[in-house]
Ligand binder design. Structure first.
Ligand code: F6R
Length: 246
């Protein structure tokens, strides 16, 4: 794992954007794995600005999102579909038909998981997966205890994850209890992974990720076994990490 330490959230976002833009420029047709949540909004903002200023085009980019809540329609302001439109898709020239997010409204949820896993394979796999990390080490919505063998699947969200995400809803009761997420094995098949981490609330997670063993009770630890991971983390997130070569 390569670790890039940056001063703050803004620098994390700028560095991540440079990385993503570099890949887009070098590739004829890139498949980007995308995340939602608070962490990547700065990255998306930088990509939008670059698109307007430098004209980087997304016409040949496919995107595949990590996850979606169950029970929220595409129109729901809290759905990850809406998040992606307002934070990125509506401001760049990506073709909406090349963007993919699991459907949280599918009548047969297992079928939707299978369809999504197959779709990722059929698109040729993910070239660059953007990840954030939960305070409990979750990646996507793969909560502690998720099998490292898991493909795209249905999950029950833990109370800590629902509480962390309640800030986007008017009350915690509105936060869905289930989601569809790419599994750990799905994420690990990505050719490259870019993990973004910012803030003191993630310092414990960063310490566990970098210093503890690989274990299903801390899902992100599997990233240590991936051959091509870059972590861009700010000083606050790295506060508790002992042996970083600074
Ligand atoms: C989002 C996702 C989650 C988040 C994680 C961190 O699609 O899959 O794993 O990356 O919950 O969330 P933030 O960035 O809000 O701290």
């Amino acid at each position: 794992m390569r670790i890039i330490e940056v001063s703050d959230y803004k620098q994390m976002s700028v560095k991540a954007a440079q990385h993503v833009i570099g890949k887009i420029m070098k590739s004829d047709c890139l498949t980007l794995g995308l995340a939602t949540g608070g962490t990547p909004t700065g990255l998306y903002g930088e990509l939008i600005e670059d698109h307007h200023v430098n004209g980087t085009s997304y016409k040949c980019v496919n995107s595949i999102n990590l996850d979606e809540y169950i029970g929220l329609s595409k129109e729901d302001p809290n759905s990850y579909f809406q998040y992606m439109c307002s934070n990125l898709f509506s401001h760049i020239d990506i073709a909406l038909e090349n963007t993919h997010i699991p459907s949280g409204m599918a009548t047969d949820l297992q079928k939707e998981c299978d369809r999504y896993e197959k779709l990722i394979e059929e698109t040729g796999g993910i070239d660059l997966q953007i990840l954030g990390i939960g305070e409990n080490g979750h990646i996507g919505f793969n909560e502690p205890g998720t099998s490292f063998q898991s493909g795209t699947h249905l999950v029950e969200l833990t109370e800590s994850t629902r509480e962390a995400n309640a800030r986007y809803f008017s009350s915690i009761d509105e936060v869905p209890r289930q989601a569809i997420t790419m599994g750990i094995s799905t994420i690990m098949k990505s050719r490259e992974i870019l993990l973004l981490v910012s803030g003191k609330s993630k310092q414990d997670a960063m310490k566990k990720l970098l210093e503890n063993e690989v274990t299903e009770s801390f899902p992100a630890s599997i990233l240590r076994n991936h051959p091509n991971v870059t972590i861009i983390a700010d000083k606050d997130a790295l506060t508790m990490v002992q042996h970083l070569h600074r």
